[in-house]
Design a binder for this molecule. Structure first.
Ligand SMILES: [Zn+2]
Length: 82
């Protein structure tokens, strides 16, 4: 019984670490554009945009290609002009 609990805690910790590792690696290579799924206006940004940095991690939607963002109904930001 105790052993089982220990295992699930270990698995949960490993999953968290994996998520963190993926998140840490993402900004370097994973995407070129970012949008917020919670915003009233569907707008996408360059990761360097000041508005992109305000997007909550839990609401962030990432795109590799500009056309993928456009296809999903997102408009380019007027500030960073992605
Ligand atoms: Zn922007």
């Amino acid at each position: 019984m105790k052993h089982k609990i220990f295992r699930s805690v270990l698995i949960a910790a490993l999953m968290m670490l994996t998520t963190l590792a993926v998140f840490a690696a993402t900004p370097k290579t994973g995407f070129n554009y970012v949008a917020s799924s919670a915003a009233a206006k569907k707008v996408f940004h360059l990761p360097t945009c000041k508005w992109a940095s305000k997007i909550k991690q839990s609401n962030a939607v990432y795109f590799v290609k500009r056309e993928d963002a456009v296809k999903q109904g997102y408009k380019p930001c007027g500030v960073c002009k992605p």
